[in-house]
Structure formats: C-alpha cells, structure tokens
Design a protein around this ligand. Structure first.
Ligand code: GLC
Ligand code: CA
Length: 523
C-alpha cells in the first residue's frame, strides 16, 4: 500500500540547474528552489522531485554521482538542502530526491578503489570480469583503463560503471549471485544513503533506472524486485511515511516490488508518447517527425485515437490499482517538451486530462507556461534532451528572471524568442495556460473523486466522439476536435451541474454540448 499522503499529491519536477539562480553565477541553486516554494504551492503542487543535486563531474548532468551524501557546491550545501526540507514542510510541500542506485560516476571513491590491482573492500562493488582481455558479452563494458586487469560493465554512459547487485542467472565464473556478500554490501550501501537523507527530512526518492540493478534478471525482474522489496521493508520499519517513485515504466512489476508509484513513460507506441507527443516517437526522443500525421490525441483535428493510450493503460490500471499508483507526466528532463508539438489550446486539454486521472501526476517545471523545446547544442551529456532543460522563464527582466548574472555565464541560454512565455505575463491573463493549470489543480484538490484513489472507467473512447470517462461520481469530457459535438453520455447519467470547463460547454436537460477544443467535468 502506498504512502497515505500521495492520495492528494501533485508533483512538480525541479531541474535544479535551471530553476532559479540566487547568487548570479548563472546556475540554479537550492536557495532558488526555497525562494520559489510559494510559486510551486500557488500552482497547486504540494510535492517536488529534484533531479540529482549531489557532487558530480556532471558528465550526465548529475546522474553520475561522485558523492551521494554531499550537495554539489554549485547548488549550495547540505545545510541549504536541509533548510529546503524544513521550509517546504512548513508550507505543506514534500520533497523527493533522486536516487541513482544502478551506477556511480567513474570518479566515485568506491570506483577509484575498485580499479586498484590490490584487493580491497570495494573490489567487487562494481561488476568486473577476470581479465582485461576477457570481455562481458551481452553487456556494454570497458577494458584497459586501470591498474586492475579486468573489464567492467557500464550501466548507461561510459562515465557510469554499473554497481554490483549480482546476477540472477550466473552464466560466467566472474558473475556473482545476488546473495554474494559483495552484492549484499552494495544493497546495504544504498540503504545507508537513503537513511542519510530521510533522517535529514527528505520525504522519499525518485529512483533512476529502477529495474537495472540485477543483471541477467528474468522477465519478471525477480532479482531486482527482491532488492526493492527488501528496501521497502526497511522503509516500513524506519521511515513509514517515505514515498518511492520508480523510473521503470512497468507499473505491474514496479508496484509489486514495493514502489508507491511508477511513471507511465517509455511505452513503445503507447504511454506518454501517445498523450503528449507523436506516436511514431518511442519514449520521447526526437526521432519522430513533428509534422507527421500520427499525433498526440490532443492535437486539433489530428484524428488521434485515445485507445492507443488506453490499451496499455487500462490493463496496467486494473492490474495495479490495489498496489499503488501510475504516474502520468507532462514531460520530464529526458523528453521533448509537450510544447514542441502542442499549442496552448491543445496543452490545456492534455493537462486537464492528465490532472483528472487517477494516480499521482507530475508537472515538469516550465510546462505550466508552455515553455518551448529549444534546438541547442548538448550540455553535460544531455544531447537532444538539453533543449528541454533551459532556464525557467519567470518574467521579462534580464535572463527572463532566472539569474542576474551575465547572459554568457548562464548554464544554458534562455529562450531568445520575443514570444517566450513567462510566469509574470501569464499571471495577468486569467485564461493563460498557467492559470488554467491552477484552476484544474484546485479542482482536483477540491474533489476527492478526481484524486489518486477514486475509480476510473472509460465511458466512450470511440475516435469519432469526444472522449468521456468517469471519475467516481463525476464525468469528464474532452473534445480535441475543431467542431462542437454532443457528448456521448450514458443514458442514466443526466448530469445537472458543470463543475469545470475549458472552452465552450453547455448543459441542457442532461444533454451536454462540448465546444471545439473544450473540456468539461460534470456531475
Ligand atoms: C535516467 C535519467 C537520465 C539519465 C539516465 C542515467 O533515465 O532520467 O537523465 O541520463 O537515467 O542515469
Ligand atoms: Ca547559483
């Protein structure tokens, strides 16, 4: 069972580099996050997830951790982070940190020790073959780089050697089992890191590549799942209020492994892509053609079919609703921003849908104002992802209010367009995307039937009609087309009240007409 506070929680993802710079060095910092907590709260978000903010050489923007227990000096100090926990809690905001359990930086002291020829405590903290001339078939590996005559396995980029949690099926002499003392020691080391931050006020973790721990795992990820269940037992005993969200994209496995939530993200031909991007784009990278026919359901008159999302989602939802939550998201630091494909009117409908669905939704910083994806060169291992990581656009002062430093010193350039959306401009317009997000989230907090636990049933997903779904006693209707339509409500429904509308909605004698590009919640 998931942490109770998640029932009415909406997360805001903060990319610390790019959120708010308070000391004019051009890079966002922890104090900047503290400064903007009231803004986060004003959105209706009552929890944040911060991408890795630990000491790192930043070859993968911080997902290459050099010291799990130290805030990177460019963001501030451990004291600053603890103050963030306190200040957030005072405002009713929870804080998740990012846990990177599958790999470290190649500069982590554990790896430095592990590379030595002489055996030591960390020799088997990573996964090594028996000789630098013996590769690791089926795995990305590196040899010939260190004093130790052995090859080591990578978990992601070259800078990220895989930590050793053992092999589920041992097929080579150099592979250790998951019960090997070295594999058990890695697991305990990760628990120790979790305890370190949880005991200082952190409310839980977003877990990076959560399914990647045990190698040669079976299809059900039995080896990796056993580790997470063990971690969950520790949390239940020591930090029972902590919440864990997996980057796994397989809720049936992740939630059974003890996670509270799993992202609905990398689902080939489904998931996040069918909602926010173009379908041909698997997992959010930029290989899709932005002008392709095959678009997000919310794209006006694109003939999208909600069933492409629902086919996968409903199976997951039915299978997992007693275990935990599926997390839908506007986008994240690894995907193209939804503003790349969808205009403001379309984004409003997409967000209205996301934020009225069961589970625990996530809003990526800047998506609430429709920040654009920028076509810019890679930074810190970002590659195509860099364009979704640019500075938050607060107002029209220098550097769009992100930093008072010199433009040339910024971590990444701000959106140079004259039309770059800003928080300040959208505050003024009651109909802006920003204020629409606020209205939707306020409604979600007000109506228990729109929160994480209330039921969800599809009423009509025929592509020829508006999409209608039931949440508890409420009906939600989305019409992404350019024509007003009658909503195909169930005969017995006969709603009498429109609780919420985007666009034109009229209700007469129980019959609902939903205007072009409109959304309604009725009762
Ligand atoms: C996850 C992160 C991504 C990172 C990778 C390796 O997918 O979200 O940003 O590059 O893991 O840690
Ligand atoms: Ca700074």
């Amino acid at each position: 069972m998931a942490a109770k506070w998640l029932k009415d929680t909406v997360f805001y993802e903060v990319y610390p580099q790019s959120f708010k710079d308070t000391n004019a060095d051009g890079i966002g910092d922890i104090n900047g996050i503290i400064e903007k907590l009231d803004y986060v709260k004003s959105l209706g978000c009552n929890a944040i997830w911060i991408n890795p903010c630990y000491d790192s050489p930043f070859k993968d923007a911080g997902y290459d951790v050099r010291d799990y227990k130290k805030v990177a000096p460019r963001y501030g100090t451990n004291e600053d982070l603890c103050r963030l926990f306190d200040e957030a809690h005072k405002k009713g905001i929870r804080v998740l940190l990012d846990l990177v359990p599958g790999h470290t930086s190649e500069e982590h002291p554990w790896f430095r020790e592990s590379q030595k020829a002489a055996r030591n405590e960390y020799s088997d903290r990573y996964i090594w073959t028996d000789s630098c001339f013996q590769g690791a078939p089926g795995f990305p590996y590196i040899g010939g780089e260190c004093e130790r005559s052995a090859c080591y396995i990578l978990n992601f980029f070259k800078c990220q050697p895989a930590l050793n949690y053992g092999f589920y099926k041992v097929t080579e002499l150099w592979q250790k089992s998951t019960r090997d003392p070295a594999a058990m020691a890695t697991r305990e080391a990760i628990k120790d890191i979790m305890r370190f931050w949880l005991s200082r006020g952190c409310d839980g973790f977003r877990v990076d590549m959560a399914s990647s721990l045990v190698k040669n795992d079976d299809e059900k990820k039995s080896g990796t799942s056993a580790i997470w269940r063990d971690v969950r037992r520790m949390l239940d005993l020591e930090f029972s209020d902590a919440a864990m969200v997996a980057e796994w994209s397989n809720p049936p496995l992740a939630l059974r492994a003890g996670y509270d939530m799993d992202f609905c993200l990398n689902v080939p031909g489904g998931g996040y892509s069918t909602l926010m991007r173009d379908y041909c784009n698997h997992g959010g990278s930029r290989n899709g053609d932005r002008n392709a026919e095959d678009h997000s359901y919310f794209k006006k008159d694109a003939g999208g079919d909600m069933n492409r999302f629902l086919d996968q989602y409903l199976a997951w939802y039915e299978d997992t609703k007693d275990w935990g939550y599926i997390s839908l998201l506007t986008c994240n630091h690894d995907t193209i921003r939804p503003g790349y494909n969808l205009d403001t009117a379309e984004l409003k409908l997409a967000y209205a849908f996301l934020f009225t669905m069961p589970g625990v939704p996530f809003l990526y910083y800047g998506d609430e104002i429709g920040m654009k994806y920028l076509d810019i060169p890679t930074k810190e291992g970002g590659y195509f992802r860099t364009g979704s990581r640019t500075p938050m656009q607060w107002d029209n002062s220098a550097n769009l209010g992100f930093s008072s430093g010199k433009a040339g010193d910024l971590y990444l350039p701000v959106d140079p367009s004259d039309e770059a959306p800003t928080v300040a401009a959208q505050e003024e317009d009651p109909d802006s995307l920003l204020n629409t997000v606020r209205r939707i989230l306020a409604l979600r907090h007000q109506e228990e039937d729109l929160q994480a636990d209330a039921g969800f049933q599809v009423v009509c997903s025929d592509p020829a009609w508006p999409f209608v779904y039931r949440r508890g006693s409420l009906l939600c209707v989305v019409n992404p087309s350019g024509e007003a339509q009658k909503a195909p409500l169930p005969a017995e429904a006969a709603p009498t009240d429109v609780l919420f509308a985007i666009g034109n909605v009229s209700l007469e004698n129980g019959s609902l007409t939903i205007g072009a590009q409109s959304f309604a919640v009725v009762k």
